[in-house]
Design a protein around this ligand. Structure first.
Ligand SMILES: Nc1ncnc2c1ncn2[C@@H]1O[C@H](COP(=O)(O)OP(=O)(O)OP(=O)(O)O)[C@@H](O)[C@H]1O
Ligand SMILES: [Mg+2]
Length: 236
């Protein structure tokens, strides 16, 4: 295993007095896919926020390329190559597809046309609907906009919190295929997923979080084969 490009290690913290995360460690290697699974309320989204700098840590650190970025704001992390698609409100529904993609690139000073073409190549339906308000799109298409918008920053690390929430199994498979395609270009993927079994099938590394703690960690294949993980988290 190579050194992770991004690691949140020993993360402890929460939103107020009580800690939500307890000594939680999450990492992703370059061009690989890491997946976080676990029950509702386990702290998956909180772990993502911690890695992205949206949650103050009482203990632990986040390192990018071996550099400590624990003190950096989310904006500074974007400038360092990180992009985050949150679980909710991840698009601007009244704006068109194209405007959403442009918003994604607002930090860039160079020509964004090439990146937009890449996004349209990855998600052809978005090219067709580029002038439609995003709120009129299907759930799966809106998730494509959210992912596309994140890609407009040309990130090295793409963080996705439940990218397949509320979409059909076919659309989910399709989205996972696109995510694999993105990883093959060298972009590292850190993703939370409710569709645990399917997500672990494409995961290089999987993390099962329970009550803010690492309960099981391994390759996707290892976790899928683990009888305890199967029984407790994958429905047998
Ligand atoms: N903004 C917040 N303020 C206070 N508590 C919060 C906040 N967001 C989440 N929590 C609490 O933190 C705990 C973990 O929530 P979190 O959203 O990280 O879980 P999750 O694993 O992402 O769940 P889900 O599968 O439902 O998305 C829960 O007890 C939740 O109530
Ligand atoms: Mg969540």
């Amino acid at each position: 295993m190579s050194e992770p490009v991004l690691i949140g290690s020993g993360m402890t913290g929460g939103y107020g007095a009580a800690d939500i995360l307890h000594d939680c460690t999450i990492a992703v290697e370059k061009g690989r896919i890491s997946v976080i699974v676990g029950p509702n309320g386990a702290g998956k989204s909180t772990a993502m926020k911690a890695v992205f700098g949206m949650l103050p840590l009482r203990q632990g650190a986040v390192r990018l390329d071996g550099h400590d970025i624990t003190g950096l704001s989310p904006q500074d992390r974007v400038a360092q190559g990180m992009a985050f698609v949150p679980q909710t409100r991840n698009i601007f529904p009244s704006m068109t597809v194209e405007e959403n993609l442009e918003m994604g690139a607002f930090l860039r000073r160079d020509d964004i046309a090439g990146t937009m073409e890449e996004v349209y190549h990855l998600f052809p339906i978005l090219a067709e609907k580029r002038h439609q308000p995003t709120g009129e799109l299907s759930g799966g298409q809106r998730q494509q906009v959210a992912v596309g918008r994140a890609l407009m920053t040309r990130p090295r690390i793409l963080m996705l919190d439940e990218p397949t929430a509320g979409v059909s199994p076919i659309v989910m498979d399709e989205l996972f295929d696109r995510i694999i395609e993105v990883a093959r270009t060298g972009i590292s993927i850190l993703m939370v997923e409710q569709n645990a079994r399917q997500a672990l099938e494409i995961a290089d590394t999987g993390y099962v979080l329970v009550q803010g703690r690492n309960a099981y960690t391994g390759s996707g294949a290892e976790l899928l084969a683990d009888p305890e993980v199967r029984r407790s988290f994958l429905g047998g």
